[in-house]
Design a protein around this ligand. Structure first.
Ligand code: CA
Length: 405
């Protein structure tokens, strides 16, 4: 699992997925103090690295020229993410006509590799390409920050607890194994590496040497990058028999309270795909209305959750899924987005989460993030109140919740 890397990749390095709130600002220190503290941190790291089998020579090579924290990396931890960016805005950037054309050209050039990847992992080429496109614009925006420097800066600052210290040790393990040199191990400011933006721990668990040259090279080898994406998705449970989801139209009077069941049951209830094709006979799906009843309606399968495991954002998962469809020749979404619809900002979502938690309807954190847990809670509340259960959080819903304590 890499619950962080994708967020950093899609949100914090500029592609604009819903991102996380900034962490606490590190204490201001003068450069010599910072360097001394950093050197002390490296000394505490050294025995842990040795215990993991990292040779002193590898350790020295990894930190050659890394003598203090990277101020640019620290500055990024203090930036606010665009948490409440609407899904439709995100899709415009992530699924552009330029990106579709570029992805289709890549698909043609890499057809044989993609066929071999499909055969080995059972993940469709369009999904693999869509990940590649959203994560790094097909390798063009993989980030050029030295990964060891970025991770050491975050680890020393204890940003997000011990997460980055563990990732730093994983990065050293990769260097010890010789998959890449320290100079070529680069990525985002948050340690997401190469064309697939894997954190080092995900690399160790899922990266593959698909071109067979003896190195797992997600930085320079397109077959390795693409194979690693498919390897990751297969490990997380990608079901080759199903798509990620389908845009659908609901019949008049549809009962939204029954929102998760077999695809065949949805078909019997009059749900139709917007592209006119039949829904699959087998498989379970859930209704997903990311803009409420006024916008596009989807049936999403468990493969949608596999994508979300890569980056826990609905917008991200929908962008990958829709881009995959578009790369494969599907038209744009049939239904328009509710562009001017009132939306809750992060504080509003947090207030909604707190209110739903008070009623015993929501068990997650009041983190201001829309996702399956909040959707489920909103649906329960809507059903209890006799409202259409689209699971969509709106200002009106929050007002209603506040008006009836
Ligand atoms: Ca390779």
């Amino acid at each position: 699992m890499r619950p962080w890397a994708g967020l950093f990749a899609a949100g914090w390095i500029g592609l604009g997925a819903p991102a996380l709130a900034a962490g606490p600002a590190p204490q201001a220190v003068t450069a010599p103090e910072a360097k001394a503290r950093f050197a002390a941190f490296l000394e505490t790291l050294r025995p842990d690295a040795e215990a993991r089998g990292i040779a002193p020579r590898t350790f020295e090579a990894a930190f050659a020229g890394v003598t203090g924290p990277d101020p640019d990396v620290l500055a990024r931890t203090r930036k606010q993410g665009e948490f409440a960016r609407p899904v439709w805005d995100y899709l415009v950037g992530a699924v552009s006509t330029r990106r579709i054309a570029l992805g289709q050209a890549k698909a043609a050039r890499l057809a044989a590799t993609l066929s071999a990847i499909e055969a080995r992992y059972g993940v469709p080429r369009w999904v693999v390409l869509a990940f590649w496109g959203v994560e790094s614009d097909f390798g063009a925006s993989a980030g050029s920050v030295p990964t060891v420097r970025a991770l050491a800066t975050l680890a020393e600052a204890r940003f997000r607890g011990t997460l980055f210290r563990d990732e730093l040790l994983a990065a050293l393990t990769i260097l010890e194994r010789g998959d890449i040199t320290p100079a070529r191990m680069t990525g985002s400011w948050a340690g997401a590496m190469g064309q697939v933006q894997f954190l080092p721990s995900s690399f160790l668990a899922h990266a593959v040497d698909f071109d067979g040259d003896g190195h797992r090279d997600i930085w320079n080898s397109e077959p390795d990058a693409l194979g690693s994406i498919a390897s990751y998705l297969k490990a997380l449970g990608w079901n080759p028999a199903l798509s990620w989801g389908y845009e659908v139209v609901l019949p008049a009077g549809f009962d939204l309270a029954r929102y998760r069941e077999n695809l065949s049951a949805f078909a019997r209830r009059g749900v139709r795909r917007t592209d006119g094709k039949a829904l699959p006979e087998a498989g379970v799906a859930s209704l997903f209305l990311p803009g409420g009843l006024g916008g596009p309606v989807f049936l999403i399968t468990d493969n949608f959750e596999v994508i979300r495991a890569y980056n826990t954002s609905d917008s991200y998962a929908l962008a990958v899924g829709h881009l995959a469809d578009r790369l494969g020749g599907a038209p744009t979404l049939a239904a328009p987005w509710p562009d001017k619809a009132p939306r809750l900002d992060k504080a509003g979502l947090q207030a909604l989460q707190a209110g739903l938690a008070e009623r015993g309807l929501y068990a997650g954190e009041a983190d201001g993030r829309a996702g399956p847990k909040l959707r489920e809670a909103v649906r329960r509340y809507q059903i209890a109140e006799g409202l259409p259960a689209d699971g969509y959080a709106t200002p009106a819903l929050l007002e209603r919740l506040r008006a009836r304590p």
